[in-house]
Design a protein around this ligand. Structure first.
Ligand SMILES: NC(=O)c1ccc[n+]([C@@H]2O[C@H](COP(=O)([O-])OP(=O)(O)OC[C@H]3O[C@@H](n4cnc5c(N)ncnc54)[C@H](OP(=O)(O)O)[C@@H]3O)[C@@H](O)[C@H]2O)c1
Length: 289
């Protein structure tokens, strides 16, 4: 008797807008590499259509999907369960659909960021000092992962003066063993700056048309890692400047790749083919940069 062909299941990323997403490039490369009966696509879901999409996802044979702007928080009300990480962040970037149709919300953004730092720069945040620029959604994901990994102290520096204290307050509640401080983006205390082990840009500064505020990179500790989560352009002005001072850099494609790799494993229970995913993502980024 001929072998029964496995039913093709779906994966994807939902957002609005979504046409810019590079996730299909590297997720489909991973699917092909492992020969899985899956396909991954970018799906435009307007805010008013979110509930309907989620309700029909099981019926439409989705195994799971990624979630991006503007749905990461709104989707929670449609899910059956959250992982502890998603609960702490109050945001979901990965949904897995169980065989019984139950929807589980997870978040791999912060974990992916740390995994990338570990694999690409051999950095472990335990006991370290970090300057985190930004207090938006990405900064929150990174702060949560840093707290979860027992970072010693995080200074959150933001342009809007009210947002950083709000984030720090939430982090203090979730991770009281990490020290959380805040300051204005243009007023980072030099005493902390010169001792920090990691500087992370989690703002939109460095994207096309959004200039970087002046930062005295020359006074950072020579072993400080400069990390930028902006990946478009591939070499941001922050990374270029850090390189001129001989500082170790960590580019933004790392977070994108590793959060996707963790989602892939979460859905499929298989080790992600990282080398294949990285090759395809970098090729796509080079073409679009
Ligand atoms: N590598 C990855 O996988 C990855 C993942 C997620 C996001 N990102 C990138 O991270 C960046 C932030 O994303 P998000 O989701 O956190 O956005 P968000 O929630 O809108 O937050 C934006 C952050 O950037 C700050 N900001 C915006 N324009 C600024 C400017 N001109 N000067 C100084 N600060 C400015 C905001 O400060 P205020 O509070 O003062 O407005 C806020 O802290 C984006 O560039 C995004 O593409 C990368």
């Amino acid at each position: 008797m001929p072998a029964k062909k496995k039913t093709q299941k779906l994966l994807g990323v939902i957002g609005y807008p979504i046409s810019h997403s590079l996730s299909p490039v590297f997720q489909n490369a991973a699917i092909k590499k492992l020969g899985l009966p899956l396909s991954y696509k970018a799906i435009k879901v307007k805010p008013q259509a979110l509930g309907n999409f989620v309700r029909l996802a099981f019926q439409k044979k989705y195994l799971g999907f990624n979630v991006t702007i503007p749905h990461k928080e709104h989707i929670i009300k449609y899910l059956d369960l959250l992982t502890p990480m998603a609960k702490k962040m109050g945001a979901v970037n990965t949904v897995k659909i169980e065989k019984n149709g139950k929807l589980i919300g997870h978040n791999t953004d912060g974990l992916g960021y740390l995994e990338s730092l570990k694999k690409e720069c051999h950095f472990n945040p335990k006991g370290k000092l970090v300057v985190l620029l930004g207090a938006g959604g990405a900064a929150k994901a990174i702060a949560t992962a840093l707290g979860n990994a027992s970072c010693k102290k995080v200074l959150i520096a933001n342009r809007n003066k009210n947002r950083a204290p709000l984030l720090a307050q939430q982090m203090k509640k979730n991770f009281p063993r990490t020290q959380w401080e805040t300051c204005f983006l243009k007023n980072i205390p030099s005493s902390f700056w010169s001792k920090t082990h990691l500087l992370v840009n989690a703002t939109s500064m460095g994207m096309k048309n959004i200039p970087l505020v002046p930062l005295p990179l020359e006074t950072l500790h020579p072993h400080c890692i400069v990390s930028d989560i902006v990946y478009h352009p591939l070499q941001t002005s922050l990374l270029k400047k850090a390189k001129t001072y001989g500082l170790k850099i960590h580019p933004g494609w790392g977070m994108l790749l590793y959060q996707g790799a963790l989602s892939f494993t979460y859905w499929t229970n298989k080790k992600s083919p990282l080398a294949t995913m990285k090759k395809n993502l970098l090729a796509a980024l080079k073409t679009s940069s």
